[in-house]
Design a protein around this ligand. Sequence first.
Ligand code: NAD
Length: 252
Amino acid sequence: MRFDGETVFITGGGSGIGRETAMRCAEEGADVVVADVDREAVEETTDAIGEAGGKASSYELDVRDAEALAEAIDTTAEEGGIDVLVNNAGISHPRSDMEDVDIEVRDRVIDINTKGVWNGCRAAIPHLKDQGSGAIVNTASLAGLIGMPGGAAYSLSKGAVVNFTRAIAAELGSHGVRANAVCPGVVETPLVTDDRDPEEWPDLRDRMAEAYPLGRLGRPEDVANAVRFLASEEAAWITGHALVVDGGYSCA
Ligand code: NAD
């Protein structure tokens, strides 16, 4: 088992990629701690892990609240140690030209997607350094590597996550701690489907899938498997990497 006796702390674990990552790490023996702003959702994740025979606990918190996140991470570290931090909580925003983006929307996206990652790392890094081991995986996006028309604020937030990850990887290597990012293409989760008309979505999804050499959009497990790999000892000599998980979209 890849995470036997280890503790994995995941933000945004109440849905989509985060929930699937939590489930898959628990399957590999991890004691999973899931943090999410949505209490019901996070409890659904921990219940599902429990029903599958795994171990999980939860925090209801907003990653913008640096103090609450630090308290949860400190408690986790004190109780059983923290081996892996997955900074996954994130939001999108309605598509629009850059000059039409409301400042409030821009700030909310940066506060959650970028500063939320900072807050998680700020809290966990002292513990990881002290123990001289551990791994951080930040959920960035393909939009952090290539231009995404209509997604300027999202791209701004995710590009920052990619390069922040490289910076901390360089700082942490000598402490035995790794940091990597995943950069998914479009994955079918509530983040993508919530603001779409459910009747139109299947057709739209099929049209979007045509841009993907592998012929489909991503599934949460596609990304969760990549996160789990980067978090595990199998990736022992990989740090500062931004792993593209996009069904070939960016190479076509
Ligand atoms: P999702 O909406 O299914 O899940 C996101 C989770 O984060 C939700 O449970 C939500 O409650 C939680 N969350 C949102 N804001 C929060 C906050 N302030 N504090 C704590 N929790 C919060 O979305 P997803 O697609 O699974 O997205 C997960 C990550 O993957 C995000 O960072 C997203 O930007 C990234 N991503 C998604 C896609 C995609 O196409 N779905 C592509 C690239 C990157």
